[in-house]
Design a protein around this ligand. Structure first.
Ligand code: AMP
Ligand code: MG
Length: 520
């Protein structure tokens, strides 16, 4: 085990890419640079709320001196000898080009070699940068708990994601207008140390392309290939295309995972799309409870629902198209890029179907598979069924007559309203029973396979909210309980049965549960 503060510093991003030549920490346009040197804000009274011990263990790293560790992950002091910098990027927000965005409240504090991988450590909420656009560069406890718990939970669900190492409170009060209703309140400030092999986003390429800065666009792309897509070979026109093709593939895989577990990102702007196909920037995300493809947790997006559950694959493709436009000057031919983009739809459709069939435990393929899944989705939606509970319990299916009660229990409808769907459900369940008979796998093997992809526990919106409300009173026990629970989302944890339950009624229309905004 190596102490966190004694790891090998290897600043590959900062050392090989152009830095902003100004060291002025005020909101401004930063040209011809991938990042700006900044200094983190010194918090008034930092306290450690939680540490991802599972992640530390994976890295084979220990925190060492706790006081020094806390100082580094709260931004009170720099990591020994490390440069601190905020990255420059742009982005399309809600379908419109928004120009320069950048790390307005994230500061990279260390690039470290750990077990022959290079990891970037970034503090979110550690003060303003040239990209803050007049905002404070800070983050509040509620959004930090949400990012911290969810990134770790997603990892344990097997979804590609950035990680979180630690959560601290800063001791400073941060004013926020939660629902943008003019009601500003002071909230406890907090900082998450998040970790990834790269924080480069689609928007990192878009900003150079939009400024016709082809020199730096090339530098960044070549760097991404050399550092993150080494296996593709030395940068060339051909390699750029391979890089794009692989990223399209990784993004598709990430979205299929989101659809599998019922995760709705909420703000799929191109600045929130990772160059590694990782889930990044946990803001007003949410988890599907009743299976409603039109649902979005983000009230800022309530009108158009651009980022609703059912639209995530289309938005991913739209975002990839923006990236293709940004990379076009390096390739100078539209056709090969279009071909790759066309491939997304076809591959997504067939892999999505595969994924859905494995959720219901079917291994063999027949020509009615697509119909079976379409009918199921329609029933889940119309009879308002809790997605997580339904798929998990489907492992116990024996026959339609016994299982219909499980379906009823998973529905958010009143009994009477549910009754009108009983016939349709019985018919679907009968078809399903017939299909199961044609399977070669033993029941035990099938259930085991189903349980390994249908989680029993996810970070339901109300669960995070309960942890937040307790934490705001300085009781962090629920943060820890949920962190521990979500280390093993696929295991039955009998002592944790209370978290395998439908959303309680009080959470239906509550801020923080079904209604979230970008205010964080
Ligand atoms: P997000 O919606 O969290 O992806 O943020 C969009 C942009 O706004 C990014 O450039 C963020 O860095 C920036 N931003 C969000 N909140 C703040 C804040 N409190 N202070 C400064 N910049 C922020
Ligand atoms: Mg963002």
């Amino acid at each position: 085990m190596v102490n966190f503060l004694e790891l090998e510093l290897d600043q590959r991003f900062a050392n090989s890419l152009p830095a902003d030549h100004l060291s002025l920490n005020t909101s401004r346009q930063v040209l011809e640079a991938c990042y700006s040197f900044v200094k983190t804000k010194v918090p008034s009274n930092p306290k450690l709320v939680h540490l991802s011990s599972a992640f530390l263990k994976e890295l084979n790293v220990q925190i060492g001196d706790e006081e020094q560790f806390l100082k580094v992950v709260s931004g009170a002091i720099p990591y020994p000898s490390a440069a601190q910098y905020a990255m420059c990027y742009g982005g399309h927000q809600f379908g419109n080009w928004a120009g320069q965005l950048g790390d307005g409240r994230a500061t990279n504090v260390a690039e470290l070699n750990i077990n022959s991988s290079n990891w970037k450590f970034q503090l979110k909420g550690a003060g303003p940068t040239p990209y803050s656009r007049g905002s404070d560069g800070l983050a509040v406890l509620r959004s930090s708990i949400r990012e911290y718990l969810c990134s770790e939970a997603m990892h344990h669900l097997g979804v590609p994601t950035t990680r979180a190492l630690s959560l601290v409170t800063s001791g400073d009060q941060v004013p926020r207008d939660i629902m943008y209703s003019g009601d500003v309140k002071d909230e406890p400030g907090a900082i998450v140390c998040r970790v990834s092999p790269s924080f480069v986003r689609f928007g990192s390429f878009e900003i150079f392309s939009s400024r016709r800065d082809i020199d730096n666009l090339t530098k960044l792309t070549d760097h991404a290939i050399r550092e993150l897509y080494t296996h593709l070979g030395e940068p060339s026109k051909e390699t750029y295309l391979k890089f794009f093709e692989e990223l399209v593939d990784r993004t598709k895989t990430m979205i299929i995972h989101w659809q599998r577990v019922g995760f709705v990102h909420g703000v799929m702007n191109t600045d929130n799309m990772s160059i590694l196909g990782l889930t990044i920037d946990y803001g007003p995300y949410g988890w599907l409870e009743n299976f409603d493809p039109t649902w979005t947790p983000n009230t800022t997006d309530a009108q158009h629902r651009r980022y609703r559950y059912g639209n995530q694959p289309s938005v991913a493709l739209w975002n990839l198209t923006q990236l293709a436009n940004a990379l076009y000057p390096l390739i100078d031919e539209a056709e090969p890029l279009e071909k790759i983009l066309h491939g997304f739809k076809e591959a997504y459709t067939s892999e999505y179907l595969e994924m859905m069939l494995s959720k219901i435990g079917l291994e063999k393929r027949t020509n009615i598979d697509g119909q079976l899944i379409d009918e199921l989705k329609e029933l889940l939606e119309n009879s308002s069924i809790d997605m997580t509970i339904f798929f998990r319990n489907l492992g116990q299916f024996e026959n339609p007559n016994s299982f219909i009660d499980d379906v009823r229990d998973a529905s958010y409808l009143e009994d009477e309203a549910f009754n009108s769907f009983v016939d349709s459900w019985m018919s679907w369940l009968s078809d399903y029973a017939v299909r199961l008979q044609g399977e070669n796998r033993s029941n035990v093997d099938r259930v085991e396979a189903m349980h390994s992809i249908n989680p029993k526990y996810v970070l339901r919106n109300y669960m995070a909210q309960l942890a937040i409300e307790a934490a705001e009173k300085e009781d962090y026990s629920l943060v820890d309980e949920l962190y521990q629970l979500l280390l093993r989302p696929y295991d039955d944890q009998p002592e944790m049965e209370k978290w395998f339950a439908k959303r309680p009624d009080w959470a239906l229309n509550k801020v923080g549960c079904s209604m979230l905004s970008c205010s964080s």
